[in-house]
Design a protein around this ligand. Structure first.
Ligand code: COA
Ligand code: ZN
Length: 325
């Protein structure tokens, strides 16, 4: 491990929510349950299993209650669900989630298109969600969509982000806060400076990053987050993901790519790569696509074999050379 980087991080697997919500065809409930259960056997300790939103807004996750009721609750794994409002929180609490993840968009236009509310109204409701969870004895976290870029309004000002985080933390009592790059507009400099400033301003808050790889900056942004001391990363098996209310949104940074990079750097994730790749393969079979370097090429650790020197024999110089480059 390089000096200055954390020794271990938490990976929160969001594929069953962020991934399945954008698939054009409804994934049968049985398959969803299989995937959540398979993920829970990889060593991942946080799974965002579904969302409790309006079924017309996200028909793909209209089976949230059934998914939560039928997944195996593996000891040591915490199962959360995304909610936009009090109704979602009540449904999630009734479904016995371990944590309610409320979402608020920083930008007005995305907030309106995603949840039909202004950010101010969404914040009020996030306050009510915190109260509901406190009364029920259920943990709550808040995620800020478009905090690092909005497809309609660009990058929000740091001051706006800090003000919203401040209200969540100081007024509503949230102690876990995730910043989302909903459409992959962030860059490492922005991530490093935003997360360092927030961590300095709100010590005691566990900050997370939710990064989309839309413009292939996902892993670079993970590294920038690590350098800013962030130890919680959302990611999605097979690189699934995207928001139907954000034009151009595509997958989250793939869990297997994040785990490969971090483990190679000596940052522990607790996740078994062989099992994870098994799930990624299963997911690719179900949805018919994947966006993941490691799923295509294999993890770096598996490629290390003894170096035997150049295998040049007379007359065979050209054969096979293309596969060596
Ligand atoms: N789950 C189920 N039903 C819900 C609900 C929820 N979380 N929240 C509201 N409803 C129901 C209300 O009970 C009401 O039902 P009724 O007409 O039978 O009385 C109806 O929806 C309208 O309620 P309202 O508060 O006016 O909601 P809305 O139509 O303005 O929609 C949201 C607001 C937030 C519910 C909707 O936009 C939504 O679910 N968005 C989520 C989008 C999303 O998940 N995006 C990707 C993840 S970031
Ligand atoms: Zn997302």
């Amino acid at each position: 491990m390089e000096a200055g980087l954390p020794a271990a991080v938490t990976i929160c697997e969001v594929g069953p929510r962020d991934g399945f919500q954008i698939e054009p065809t409804f994934i049968p409930t049985e398959r969803k349950i299989e995937i959540v259960d398979a993920l829970s056997r990889t060593g991942v300790r946080q799974i965002q299993a579904t969302s409790f939103v309006h079924p017309k807004a996200i028909p793909q996750l209209s089976d949230a209650e059934e998914v939560m009721a039928r997944i195996e609750r593996r000891t040591g794994v915490r199962y959360s669900a995304l909610v936009p409002n009090e109704k979602g929180a009540s449904r999630a609490i009734a479904a016995e989630v371990d944590c309610v993840d409320v979402v608020v968009s920083v930008s007005e236009s995305h907030c309106l298109s995603n949840t039909n509310m202004t950010p101010e109204r969404a914040m009020e409701r996030a306050g009510s969600v915190a109260s509901l969870c406190r009364e029920a004895g259920v943990a709550a976290s808040i995620g800020f969509a478009t905090a690092l870029g909005c497809p309609f309004e660009g990058i929000p000002s740091y001051e706006r982000v800090e003000r919203m985080v401040g209200q969540a933390v100081e007024e509503f009592g949230y102690v876990r806060v995730t910043l989302a790059d909903t459409v992959g507009m962030a860059n490492p400099t922005l991530v490093r400076s935003t997360m360092s400033r927030l961590a300095d301003r709100f010590p005691g808050v566990l900050f997370g990053l939710h990064l989309h790889n839309t413009r292939a900056m996902g892993l670079a942004n993970v590294l920038a987050g690590l350098e800013a001391g962030i130890t919680w990363f959302d990611s999605s098996v097979a690189g699934l993901g995207g928001c139907p209310y954000a034009p151009g949104a595509s997958g989250n940074v793939a869990t297997e790519d994040v785990v490969n990079m971090l483990e190679e750097m000596g940052v522990a994730t607790g996740i078994d790569m062989t099992r994870l790749l098994g799930v990624a393969t299963q997911v690719r079979e179900i949805v018919g696509h994947a966006d993941s370097g490691v799923l295509n090429a294999g993890p770096s650790s598996k490629l290390l074999g003894p170096f035997r020197g150049p295998q040049v024999t007379s007359g065979a110089q050209d054969q096979g050379s293309s596969s060596q480059v």
